[in-house]
Ligand binder design. Structure first.
Ligand code: NAP
Length: 277
């Protein structure tokens, strides 16, 4: 790091109290004995730009960005990585010494790293991937699966139009199916991903029929509260390898921490335990 000040990073959003990022980065800072701080900041929309311009002067080296600012920060950044531009949102900002704000999106990286670590035998290129949902997280998952070599992606969303927009943007390997038919596209999939908020504590359950699931399909859920969703439980009972969504949250944080604090942190059982508290 070029600065002799104590480096500061944080997460901006609104609301922010639910964020697990302060606990995660705080754990890594302590574990590696780094003199730095990571601070949650609830920033009102009308103060977003002013805040981004001010923070570097106060010793901030970067930020995570969460709802509702992941799209807005792209307009305020000076440099946007290709993957953030493709996804249309950023979750990681780097404040460069030359004053420029660099915006990146590490959600897709976190998604893939989580699967590679938790299911080393997973082969995304072995068959189609099924993606349920077409919101912000689905965009990151789609781009990551395509990059990982999925030969075909079958996407289904309650609001069909949103899935069609994604298919148009991401190309001919992406096929759209009606939400009511989502159970029919599971057969033969190498990967099944829930990117909807269904199954999350306080939300309705995901009710897509899972009878066509086979033990060779890796099943993962972006929802991590609860850790084992109904989708993951049913898939596990049917003999499928399953991976929960907490690891994605942990892995997406690695590139930001490394850029800000100069050390690449490990994601392991201790990290999970620290975040689960
Ligand atoms: P989003 O942009 O608001 O998208 C929400 C998605 O859920 C849309 O596809 C939406 O369908 C669908 N949905 C919501 N309610 C539904 C219902 N009652 N029936 C059917 N579909 C419904 O949210 P997001 O940012 O993509 O996040 C989605 C989930 O992923 C959240 O639970 C979030 O916490 C989780 N997530 C986890 C990680 C991680 O690191 N593990 C990272 C990012 C996100 P419509 O288009 O029809 O509304």
């Amino acid at each position: 790091m070029s600065t002799d000040r104590i480096p500061l990073a944080g997460v901006i959003g609104s609301p922010i109290a639910h964020s697990r990022s302060p606990r995660l980065h705080g754990h890594w800072l302590k574990r590696h004995g780094i003199a730095g701080h990571y601070i949650p900041m609830d920033v009102p929309a009308e103060k977003l730009e002013e805040t981004l311009r001010l923070l570097p002067a106060l010793g901030f080296v970067g930020l995570n960005v969460t709802i509702p600012y992941k799209e807005k920060v792209l307009e305020l950044a000076d440099l946007v990585t290709d993957r953030a531009a493709l996804i249309g949102a950023a979750n990681t900002l780097i404040f460069r010494p030359d004053g420029k704000i660099h915006a990146d999106n590490t959600d897709g990286y976190g998604f893939i790293q989580n699967l590679r670590q938790a299911a080393p035998d997973w082969r995304p290129e072995a068959g189609p991937a099924v993606v349920l949902g077409a919101g912000g997280a689905a965009r990151a998952v789609l781009s990551a699966l395509l990059e990982a070599g999925a030969p075909e992606i079958r996407i289904s969303n309650r609001t069909r139009h949103r899935a069609e927009v994604l298919a148009r943007e991401f190309g001919t390997r992406v096929q759209v199916t009606d939400w009511l038919q989502a159970g029919n596209i599971i057969e033969g999939a190498a990967t099944l991903v829930n990117t909807t908020s269904l199954g999350m504590t306080g939300h309705a359950e995901l009710r897509v029929p899972l009878d066509a699931l086979r033990p060779e399909t890796l099943v993962t859920d972006l929802v991590y509260a609860p850790l084992e969703t109904r989708l993951l439980r049913v898939a596990r009972e049917m003999g499928c390898p399953t991976v929960d969504g907490l690891g994605m949250l942990l892995h997406q944080a690695v590139p930001g921490f490394e850029r800000w604090f100069g050390l690449r942190p490990e994601v392991d059982a201790e990290t999970r335990a620290a975040v689960l508290g």
